[in-house]
Design a protein around this ligand. Sequence first.
Ligand SMILES: [Zn+2]
Length: 348
Amino acid sequence: MFDKSTWIQLPRNVLMGHGVVDELADAVDELYLTGRPFLVTSPTPNDIAGDAVRTQFDDIASVTIETASFESVERVVDAAEAADAGYLIALGGGKVIDTAKMASDSLDCGFVSVPTAASHDGIVSGRSSIPEGDTRHSVAADPPLAVVADTTILAEAPWELTTAGCADIISNYTAVKDWQLAHRLKNAEYSEYAGALSQMTAEMLVDNAESIKPNLEESAWVVVKALLSSGVAMSIADSSRPASGAEHLFSHQLDRLVPGRALHGHQVGVGSIVIEYLHSGEKGEWRDIRNALDEVGAPTTAAELGIDDETVLEALTTAHTIRDRYTILGDGVSEEAAREAATFTGVI
Ligand SMILES: [Zn+2]
């Protein structure tokens, strides 16, 4: 008997390009949302584009948050309820968008994503994670109803945020390998389409790596398009699997051991080098991953992350314990094996 079913949720409107922030109200209008718009932002994005957003809506309320935390999510929820908000507009980097996403999930209302940095694929996906004590709390919420990614704004974001976004996409290579492995060994559900899309997204970025340079709108365009396509792959799979494998477990473990030390994308990029080595050995494609990261200016070593070698090894040997997600790490990598892989690849 045929009993498969799937529910794919995607953003309805996606606007990308020069000056599109001025078309935000039109994009929102198209969504037939009701109620009061409520802007969630943080100080710098507010300085950059807060007014450009506010002038487009008559009755907009707003809140400014400083960090991504549970207190911030609660503040947004309380302020949105007090303002009788109909939907949220998240203007900012990953932290603002993650916070607004989680708040909209708890308010049971929609949100629109207006990223000011192309720093990770969470700007277009329904996944978000917020630090809670020494762990992270992750939710699988709905993706944004619309994404308005203005390349004028994105090109002016601090460069390391863009290189982190690039590294997050490059890490799709190992994420897809881990997903296929889990499919073969543990019968995890695999989507050929989502897997191929995720892999192709990483390939396109790597093929364009030499054109990704600071302060260029074209570069912001290439990166945000890739982040969007990575988010679509996750929506199709209804899972973060296409863009999150062992390299993400490694990064989550670093978040626990040395919170806030390095950017998410940079951590998963370095993780991807070692994980690729574990997948395919000395002659594998880990050099291609390292060279691609190097070309866009993302870190390729523990030292460049500002993290000491022993912490990197601890994250590698304990990453498998984080969640029930089968990867090349299996039931754990021994310290000797982790040291060998990290040393051979030049990560430590
Ligand atoms: Zn990521």
